[in-house]
Design a protein around this ligand. Structure first.
Ligand code: SAH
Ligand code: SF4
Length: 404
């Protein structure tokens, strides 16, 4: 079976250096592996296995390969976790499966709901590590923001997660598991047929209609697990979320952006945050390796980018640092020729952070200039202000409480 969906394209021709760089990034990711997906009683987790792997498990058990297809439907379409309730599977087989396997979910270590409906979970994994997942409801749709790493190797100056060192990568089961646990919380099983709650769009009421890979960690430094998880999520016989409803945010891991575009074809968001290399070197230290010009070149060749599917440029607004009118004009110049929208994010302060949020006036003027140049530039409404909304903060607070 194909590991990747049918829209797969081939990678653009790369020189040897790019190939070597990709190999180096993948090898480094492998140094921070997730723990084995096995419960204390020895039963293995079926969540996060590719279709081919699930099939191999069934064959090893003496079952026909189609058993994997049935299971896939139960796990990812019905959201069922109890083998005894899988009515298309014979009782003895159910028992055999239950002896050897589980269909896992993270444990909920903490949960908060904001007055505006934003909901945040702190999930725990088998090894006790924790990450945050956020659900942001909107009128006719809702996005689940998922994490990809415990901590992050990059140390962006304004990011709270950047203050936590990388502990490890999340496995595919843990990445898919965040979305499935969020769906559990809203009882959104079996998978609704439509794309979103918008009936005009032919939707049938998917509340959890979109995924943004914008939680803790750098997804392109954990590419293989992220790709595996998103492939499962996009599978038509399961969760069936379209790649158009998935947005992956990167701080700019240039060699992996091509691979992501060719193999996954999801929407791309790029954390730009500065218009000069000097400032970006400071705010997003990865810029020293992949400077703005290289980053924008990768955006220009990102497959599928069009006016209908624009690349989102995230720009965190830091008072007196990157929020002048000159910055806005330079941003417009840099983006010329890229089908882009700009997401202006008011800086979300956290205890000990060195920055302040831009004034509403600076935000408004900045947005006006970008808008006038023809780029949509919504100012992201601060959501969940009454809960610890800055990414990574719930985790830190909960650790502090445990120590106390
Ligand atoms: N590592 C990826 C994805 C996770 S961060 C990336 O950097 O793109 C998701 C987004 O949140 C990024 O644009 C990041 O710059 C932004 N962000 C991080 N800390 C923030 C803060 N305190 N206030 C506002 N935005 C923040
Ligand atoms: Fe990591 Fe993204 Fe935070 Fe930078 S902004 S430290 S890449 S999670």
């Amino acid at each position: 079976m194909n590991a990747f969906p049918p829209h797969q394209r081939s990678l653009p021709p790369a020189d040897g250096m790019t190939e070597a760089e990709r190999a180096r990034i993948l090898a480094k990711a492998a140094l921070f592996p997730p723990p084995p997906m096995v419960d204390a009683d020895g039963r293995r987790d079926l969540l996060g296995l590719s279709r081919a792997e699930l099939e191999a498990e069934m064959v090893a058990l003496g079952e026909k390969p189609f058993r994997a297809r049935q299971l896939w439907h139960w796990i990812y379409h019905q959201g069922e976790r109890d083998f005894a309730r899988m009515s298309t599977i014979a009782r003895p087989t159910q028992a055999k499966l239950a002896e050897r396997f589980v269909i896992g979910r993270p444990a909920i270590a903490a949960e908060q709901t904001s007055q505006d409906g934003t909901r945040k979970w702190l999930f725990s994994w088998r090894d006790g590590q924790q990450v945050e997942t956020v659900f942001i409801p909107e009128e006719d749709r809702g996005a689940v923001c998922i994490s990809t790493q415990v901590g992050c190797t990059l140390s962006c100056r304004f990011c709270h997660t950047g203050t936590q060192k990388l502990v490890r990568n999340l496995g595919a089961a843990e990445i898919v598991g965040q979305f499935m646990a969020a769906r559990d919380a809203y009882g959104e099983w079996p998978t609704p047929k439509g794309g979103s709650g918008n009936k005009d769009a032919g939707g049938e009421g998917r509340l959890l209609s979109n995924i943004v890979v914008m939680g803790m960690g750098e997804p392109l430094y954990n590419y293989e697990n992220v790709a595996k998880a998103l492939t499962i999520i996009m599978d038509h016989e399961g969760i069936g979320l379209s790649r158009r409803r998935i947005t992956l945010s990167t701080s700019g891991v240039v060699p992996m952006m091509d691979k992501c575009g060719a193999e996954l074809g999801v929407n791309l968001a790029v954390s730009l945050h500065a218009v000069t290399d000097d400032l970006r070197d400071e705010l997003v230290p990865l810029n020293r390796k992949y400077p703005i010009a290289e980053l924008l070149a990768a955006c220009r060749r990102y497959p599928g980018a069009s006016n209908a599917r624009r690349i989102t440029f995230e720009y965190v607004m830091l008072r007196g640092v990157n929020d002048s009118e000159a910055d806005a004009r330079e941003l417009v110049r840099l983006l010329r020729g890229i089908p882009a929208k700009v997401n202006l994010i008011p800086f979300n302060p956290w205890p000990g952070s060195a920055y302040r949020t831009s004034t509403p006036e600076a935000l408004r003027r900045f947005a006006e200039i970008v808008n006038a140049a023809g780029y949509s530039s919504p100012i992201r409404r601060p959501r969940g202000r009454d809960i610890l909304a800055a990414c990574g903060q719930l985790k830190t607070e909960s650790e502090r409480a445990r120590r106390a």
